[in-house]
Design a protein around this ligand. Structure first.
Ligand SMILES: Cc1cc2nc3c(=O)[nH]c(=O)nc-3n(C[C@H](O)[C@H](O)[C@H](O)COP(=O)(O)O)c2cc1C
Length: 388
C-alpha cells in the first residue's frame, strides 16, 4: 500500500509530496507528470496566477536512471511566485513586520474556522495551506501513481459534466480515448461544443459581476479487474476510499457513484445491473452499469464512474459580508487573487485522486516489492478468474 503526505504553502518556496511504499522496477516518465500539471493549470476562467506558475516537477528521492528503486519518492514543485512573497512568507521572525495581516474572513473559505481553531491572528496563516494550490501535489501524486497501473491496461479520465446550471452532454458510447480527445481540446473540458459556448458566456458574465461558479466533474476508469477493494471491512471498500479522497479535495460538496442520488428515486428492478455469462469470453457480463463499477465496495470489472460536485469559489471580486476578526466590526470579505471558475482544473484533480485510490487498491491486491512480482500476481489472478 502507498502512503503519502503533502506539504507546502501556496506562496511558500515549494510544494512537496512524499510517497512511501512504491515498488521497485517501474519506469517513470516525468514528462507525463508535467503534462498532467499543465492540464491542471489550463481552463477558461482561471486567474492571473496560472500565467505566472507553469509547474514542473523535480524528483529528489526514490528514482534512479528513470526507475523506481523501492525507496520513498519525493516530488517537489517550485512556486515561481515565491520571489514576490519572500519577505511576507519568511521563516525568519525578524521579517514579521513585512506581513500585512489579513483580518476579514471570506465566507466559504477556511479563514474563520481556521484562525479560531489554531488561535491565529493572521488569516494568511490558514489560507496559505487551505488554498487549492495544494492540489498541485495531488495531481503530481496521481500522475506518478497511475504509471504503476498503466502497464496493466487501466486508464482514468476526468472531464467536466456541468458548470453552473449548464450541463454538457457527454457522448455515451464514446471510448475513453475519444472522450479524452474531445474534452482535452475544450477550454472548459467538456465533450460538447454547444455547451462549451454557453459555459464560456456564463463564465464571462460571472466575471463581469464579480461572482464565481461551481460545477460537476465526472471521472471514469476503465480496465479495472473485478476484485479491487473489499466488503470485509469499512475502510477497505473501494467506493468509500475513493469518496474519502474526493471529499478531501478543496471545495467538494458531493460525490456519487453510477446513478448516485438518482438511484434513490427508482425501483430496484430499474436499477440493478443484471448478470449474464459469456461462455466464449469466459466472463460474467452486465447489461448496464448503474452501480458505477462497484458492488459491496469491490470493483465489478465494469467502468468505474464517479461524479463530484464542487461549490463556487469563495473569493468574490464583489465580496460578501463578513466581520473583521480584530475589530469585530462589520466588513466586506478580503480579496485574494482568485479564479472565477476552476472546474476544468477540478476535473484533472479529481482524476488524480481517483487514480491514486485505484493504484492503492491494486497494490493491496497484487502487491509485491517489484514490478515483476506484481505482474506475476496479477496474471495468476486473471487466470484464476478465467478458470472460475
Ligand atoms: C482547482 C481549485 C481552485 C480553487 N481556486 C480558488 C480560488 O481561486 N479562490 C477561492 O476562494 N477558492 C478557491 N478554491 C476553493 C478553496 O480552496 C476551498 O473552498 C477552501 O480551501 C475551503 O475548503 P472547502 O471548500 O473544502 O470547505 C479552489 C478549489 C479548487 C479545487
Amino acid at each position: 500500500m502507498l502512503r503519502f503526505l503533502t506539504a507546502g504553502e501556496s506562496h511558500g518556496p515549494e510544494l512537496t509530496v512524499i510517497i512511501e511504499g512504491v515498488p521497485a522496477g517501474y519506469d517513470i516518465s516525468l514528462e507525463a507528470i508535467n503534462r498532467d500539471l499543465a492540464r491542471r493549470q489550463k481552463g477558461y476562467g482561471r486567474g492571473g496566477r496560472m500565467a505566472i506558475e507553469r509547474d514542473e516537477v523535480r524528483v529528489v528521492s526514490g528514482i534512479r536512471f528513470g526507475h523506481t528503486i523501492g525507496s520513498p519518492i519525493t516530488l517537489i514543485v517550485e512556486n515561481r511566485d515565491f520571489k514576490n512573497w519572500e519577505k511576507r512568507m519568511s521563516v525568519d521572525p525578524r521579517d514579521r513586520g513585512e506581513a500585512k495581516l489579513v483580518t476579514r474572513p471570506r465566507p466559504g473559505h477556511a479563514d474563520l474556522a481556521g484562525v479560531l481553531k489554531y488561535n491565529l491572528e493572521d488569516i494568511r496563516d490558514v489560507l496559505e495551506r487551505a488554498s487549492a494550490r495544494e492540489t498541485t501535489m495531488r495531481v503530481a501524486l496521481g500522475s506518478f501513481a497511475r504509471q504503476l497501473i498503466t502497464p496493466f491496461g487501466i486508464s482514468v479520465l476526468g472531464y467536466v459534466a456541468s458548470i453552473g446550471n449548464i450541463e454538457a452532454t457527454t457522448p455515451t458510447h464514446a471510448s475513453l480515448e475519444q472522450l479524452a480527445l474531445l474534452s482535452e481540446e475544450s477550454p472548459v473540458r467538456v465533450a460538447d461544443a454547444a455547451a462549451e459556448q454557453a459555459i464560456i458566456a456564463e463564465i464571462d458574465a460571472c466575471k463581469r459581476e464579480g461572482d464565481t461558479l461551481g460545477g460537476v466533474v465526472e471521472v471514469v476508469a476503465v480496465g479495472l479487474p473485478v476484485g479491487l477493494g473489499s466488503h470485509v471491512q469499512w475502510d477497505r471498500k473501494l467506493d468509500g476510499r475513493i469518496a474519502h479522497a474526493l471529499m478531501s479535495l478543496q471545495a467538494v460538496k458531493g460525490v456519487e457513484f453510477g446513478k448516485g442520488f438518482g438511484a434513490a428515486a427508482v425501483r430496484g428492478s430499474h436499477l440493478h445491473d443484471e448478470i449474464s455469462y459469456d461462455a466464449v469470453a469466459k466472463r460474467f457480463t452486465r447489461d448496464s452499469n448503474n452501480s458505477g463499477g462497484t458492488e459491496g465496495g469491490i470493483s465489478t470489472g465494469e467502468p468505474l464512474r464517479v461524479r463530484v460536485a464542487f461549490k463556487p469559489l469563495s473569493t468574490l471580486m464583489r465580496p460578501l459580508r463578513s466581520a473583521d476578526i480584530k475589530t469585530k466590526a462589520e466588513a466586506v470579505a478580503s480579496i485574494e487573487r482568485s479564479d472565477v471558475c476552476a472546474i476544468p482544473a477540478a476535473a484533472v484533480i479529481a482524476e488524480a485522486a481517483v487514480a491514486f485510490e485505484i493504484v492503492n487498491a491494486f497494490l493491496e491486491k497484487f502487491g509485491g516489492d517489484s514490478f515483476a512480482e506484481i505482474e506475476r500476481n496479477y496474471s495468476g489472478y486473471l487466470q484464476q478468474i478465467r478458470d472460475y
